[in-house]
Design a protein around this ligand. Structure first.
Ligand SMILES: [Cu+2]
Length: 120
């Protein structure tokens, strides 16, 4: 009997825990989309791992590269980094820091096309 109650409690905890994290989607830059000066967009928002970031932009003008902290800070993605350029790209946040930049020349460095997000 006590064991049964334990299982029920465990199940309830699992259900509660799995609720807020998944499938919340954020459009980066809101109506402006992924564009110049977007770096302040995450400010004041709370993100969880498994939230999805949607990058909308004009293909050919911008792109998206998922990078590490050093690449983010220097705006220099590794040559091996994959560049997404469809104009509509989605990424799932992992727990901890997540970094994205635009790989077009100067956009990250000069025009603030970079975001860093801490996902809980
Ligand atoms: Cu760009």
């Amino acid at each position: 009997m006590a064991q049964q109650r334990l299982w029920v409690a465990l199940l309830v905890i699992l259900l509660l825990k799995s609720k807020p994290t998944e499938s919340h989607r954020y459009v980066v830059g809101d109506n402006e989309g992924w564009t110049y000066g977007v770096s302040g967009w995450p400010n004041g928002k709370v993100f969880y791992h498994n939230n999805v970031l949607v990058f909308n932009y004009e293909a050919g003008i911008h792109n998206v590269v998922r990078v590490n902290r050093q690449e983010y800070e220097t705006c220099q993605p590794k040559p091996s980094s994959k560049t997404y350029d469809s104009g509509h790209d989605e990424f799932r946040l992992k727990k901890g820091m997540n970094y994205f930049i635009c790989g077009m020349p100067g956009h990250c460095q000069l025009a603030g096309m970079k975001i860093s997000i801490n996902a809980h």
